[in-house]
Design a protein around this ligand. Structure first.
Ligand code: PMP
Length: 451
């Protein structure tokens, strides 16, 4: 934050924006009051309390890159359901496929003819030859961890400080000052102490990774190709190749979770950057917003797993879950993968992310701020400092009050950003006019901050 802006001033600006938010949203306020009666914290999912403003907006309808709230106000959506709707909202092809399949049966625990098509398309895009489905990225990560443990006979998972992979206990950890493994603050109800299940290193630190792997007890390294959940932290040149080598040297599987980094291109960072994971995980946008996820693996792994996953008394846990791979989920995935997230969609969305970043950079330059903007495919983000190289630096760079002010200022003028970050996700449904609108409002927010 510029030295000239005090916390007191931010608090007072934020209070003005909160008052404006309350004025603008009487209907959302009434629904929020009603929802508090029977919903824990007044919302169906705890993160919905984390939006800017004293209560969440209630949705009327969403389409393409925009949505309308119950007070009749329209918004430019740069969050897109935190990637769940990165295809754009309400894709007609997905809606029609869902409707048609729902009328033909939703779930039977039998594969539908879409199954082979979906797996073939996943293999074509992401390069891994064998696939299984899940319903969420969290679940897919959990399942892959179990499979990696089963095959390796090792227990621990290596993750990076401030990573996020869903409610995966092994990943809700952080590195203490002396390298120790600690539960991440806010990690509710953990079972085993995380030091029993996990090892932690800093992103972009191959020496730290090697120190952790040297213990010989790590079944898998689980990471995003670029961290995206503590802001965007890009890999240094050679980091991911070095990680691959270290995994091979120490007999650990490399799991790439591309749930967010699919923003790098139609085949994720794996295809874009020529990576070679052992397991590949993706969730969120795969079903155009329907809960679906998938994990891919090499032929070698598939061959070694086969004996554990077929037959009468194997895999008693039912990895995947009863509803996974339902006819409805498969129909959603087929419709999504054949009409969205394609080369031509990225060809539209990636330049828009670049234009969004250019707009932000222009404002930064105009005011001589020490802020930076980064782009990862169709996702972009700004920092209030030089771009951090690992999770610890990224966490230390956070300015929650400034974030809260900027997010609420933008929301009050019809622009929704991804919560927790200053991140925007662009889709083929956005336009240059949308990008210009963001630039204009961002410029106003910064100007009023520095006034
Ligand atoms: N992996 C990554 C990289 C994520 O960013 C997230 C969610 N933000 C998840 C997994 C978990 O996804 P879900 O909540 O849909 O299970």
């Amino acid at each position: 934050m510029p030295q000239t802006v005090t916390d007191d001033r931010l608090v007072s600006l934020l209070a003005q924006e909160e008052a404006r938010f309350v004025d603008l949203h009487p209907r959302s306020a009434a629904l929020a009051r009603e929802a508090r009666t029977h919903l824990l914290s007044g919302v169906p999912m705890a993160w919905m309390t984390r939006w800017p403003g004293p209560f969440p907006l209630f949705l009327q309808e969403a389409s393409g890159a925009h949505f309308r709230d119950v007070d009749g106000l329209s918004y430019l959506d740069l969050c897109l359901g935190d990637t769940g709707a990165m295809t754009g909202h309400a894709l007609p092809q997905v809606a029609e496929a869902l409707h048609a399949q729902a009328l033909r049966g939703i779930t039977t625990m039998l594969p539908s003819p879409d199954a082979a098509w979906v797996a073939g398309e996943l293999a074509r895009r992401f390069g891994l030859p064998k696939w299984q489905l899940a319903m969420t990225a969290t679940d897919a990560n959990r399942f892959v961890i179990r499979l990696a443990r089963q095959l390796s006979g090792k227990r621990r998972i290596l993750v990076f400080d401030y990573c996020y992979h869903g409610t995966v206990e092994e990943a809700l950890v952080m590195q203490g000052e002396h390298g120790e493994v600690l539960p991440r603050p806010g990690n509710l109800g953990w079972g085993a102490h995380p030091s029993e299940l996990s090892r932690v290193a800093q992103f972009n630190d191959l020496r730290g990774v090697e120190d952790a792997l040297r213990h010989g007890d790590v079944a898998a390294v689980l990471t995003e190709p670029a961290l995206t959940n503590i802001g965007i932290v890009l890999p240094d040149e050679g980091f991911l190749a070095g990680l691959r080598d270290l995994c091979d040297r120490y007999g650990a599987f490399l799991i790439l979770d591309e749930t967010h980094t699919i923003c790098a291109g139609p085949g994720g960072a794996t295809r874009e950057w020529g990576l070679q994971p052992d397991f590949f995980v993706i969730g969120k946008p795969l079903g155009g917003g329907m809960p679906t996820a998938a994990y891919g693996m090499t032929d070698d792994i598939a061959g070694r797993l086969a004996p554990f996953l077929t037959g009468v008394d194997v895999d008693v846990s039912g990895i995947g879950g009863t509803l996974t791979g339902s006819a409805l989920a498969l129909a959603a995935m087929r419709a999504t993968l054949s009409s969205a997230l394609r080369d031509e969609d990225f060809a539209r969305a990636v330049p828009l992310a670049r234009a969004w970043a250019d707009g932000v950079q222009g404002v930064i330059d105009r005011h001589g701020l020490p802020w930076t903007v980064q782009v990862l495919g169709c996702r972009a983000e700004y920092w209030f400092c030089p771009a951090p190289r690992n999770g610890r630096e990224a966490a230390a760079a956070g300015q929650p009050l400034l974030d809260a002010y900027l997010h609420l200022f933008l929301l009050n003028r019809g622009v929704l950003m991804t919560p927790f970050h200053n991140m925007a996700l662009l889709s083929p449904h956005h336009t240059q006019a949308d990008v210009d609108r963001h630039t204009e409002v961002f410029a106003q927010a910064v100007a009023s901050l520095l006034a």
